[in-house]
Design a protein around this ligand. Sequence first.
Ligand SMILES: NC(=O)c1ccc[n+]([C@@H]2O[C@H](COP(=O)([O-])OP(=O)(O)OC[C@H]3O[C@@H](n4cnc5c(N)ncnc54)[C@H](O)[C@@H]3O)[C@@H](O)[C@H]2O)c1
Length: 343
Amino acid sequence: MTPSLCRRCVALGARILIEKSAGMSAGFTDAEYRAAGARIESSAARIWAASDLIVKVKEPLASEYALLKKGQALFTYLHLAAGPELAQALLKRRILGIAYETVEATDGSFPLLKPMSHIAGRLAIQTGAYFLQSQLGGSGVLLGGIPGTLPGHVVVVGAGNSGAHSVQMAAGMGARVTVLDLDNRKLEMLDTEYRGRVVTLVANPGNLESAIADADLVVGAVLIPAAKAPTVVTRKMISRMRKGSVIVDIAIDQGGCVEGIRPTSHKSPVYISQGVLHYAVPNMPALVGRTSTLGLTQATEPFVVQIVSKGIDRALKESRGLAKGVNTQDGRIVCEAVAKALQ
Ligand SMILES: NC(=O)c1ccc[n+]([C@@H]2O[C@H](COP(=O)([O-])OP(=O)(O)OC[C@H]3O[C@@H](n4cnc5c(N)ncnc54)[C@H](O)[C@@H]3O)[C@@H](O)[C@H]2O)c1
C-alpha cells in the first residue's frame, strides 16, 4: 500500500497496521505512513495476529504459514496452481484467499495481473540485454547492433500483456523482433501497431523451432489463466540456439514455459544449461520496487476501497470481478482452474 491509499482507508474508518520498513524499497518511509494515519508495527507476526485482512504483494512464504490466522482474509498474488503446499496451508486454516491474478475486470481481463506483467515484460528485455554481455557469460551481442551489423534477434513467445511490452522494449532498442502466439487477434494488433517492424508468427511447433534456433534472446510470456504454464520451448529447440544466448522465462511463476526450467532468484538470477543462460526469477517486479508499488497499488486501490467501505462479504457479493479472485474459502478451493491444476 502507498501512504496515499492508507490515508484513503483510514478516512473510511479502517485501522491500518504497516510492517516496519515495508515501504523502504519503494521509497516510502515509516514517517509517511504514520502521517497517513497508519500504525507502524515492528513484528510481522503481530500484524498477522491482529488483522482481519492482510494485503500483501507476493504469496506467503513457508515460514509465514504458521502466522495465518483461522478465517482471515488474504488479498495478494497466490499462484496456487504452482504452489500446492501453500494451497494446503490456506485450506487448513480456512483462509479466504483472494488472488490478485484471478480478479477480473468487466471485459474478462485481469486488471491486477496487468501492471506486473507490463513491468516483467519490459524488464525481460533490459535483463536479457544485460546477460547477453560477454563478461556475464553471454554471447556478446548488443541487441540494437550498430550500423553495418546485424541487430540481435529477440523472440517473444506469448503476445499478451507481458509479451507485448517485451516487444515494445525490444523494438525500441532496435532489435529484430519476432513474436509468436496462438491467438491471431493479438498478432494482428501487433502487426498493425508496428507496421511490419515486428514479425508475427502463429505459435506452431515449426515456427517456434525456426524462430528460436535463430534467437539471441527468447522471452517466455505465455499464460493459460490460473493453470500451469504449457511447455512451448523444448530442450530440442534450445539445443539449436547459439551458445551464450539467453532465455528469460517470465511465466516461471506459473511453472515456466521452457522445458526443464527451474526458478532462479535475484541473488543468483541465471544458470547455464545446454550453453544457454536461463533467467527465471518469479518476482521480477521486485527489481523496480517504486514503479511496481505505484503500478500495483493503482490497480488494487478500487478493490481495497470496496472491501474497506462495504465489508468483505458485501464487497464480494456486489463485485463479480472481485469474487472471481476468491481461490480458497471455508477450507475449499473455489476457483475451478486452480482446483483442476492441483488435482
Ligand atoms: N516472473 C515475473 O516476475 C512475472 C511478473 C508478471 C507476470 N508474470 C507471468 O507472466 C506470464 C504471462 O502473463 P501475461 O499477463 O502476459 O498473460 P496474458 O494472458 O496477457 O498473455 C499470455 C499470452 O500467452 C498466449 N498463449 C497461451 N498459450 C500459448 C501457447 N501454447 N503458445 C503461444 N502463446 C500462448 C495467450 O494467447 C496470450 O496472448 C504469467 O504466467 C504471469 O503470471 C511473471
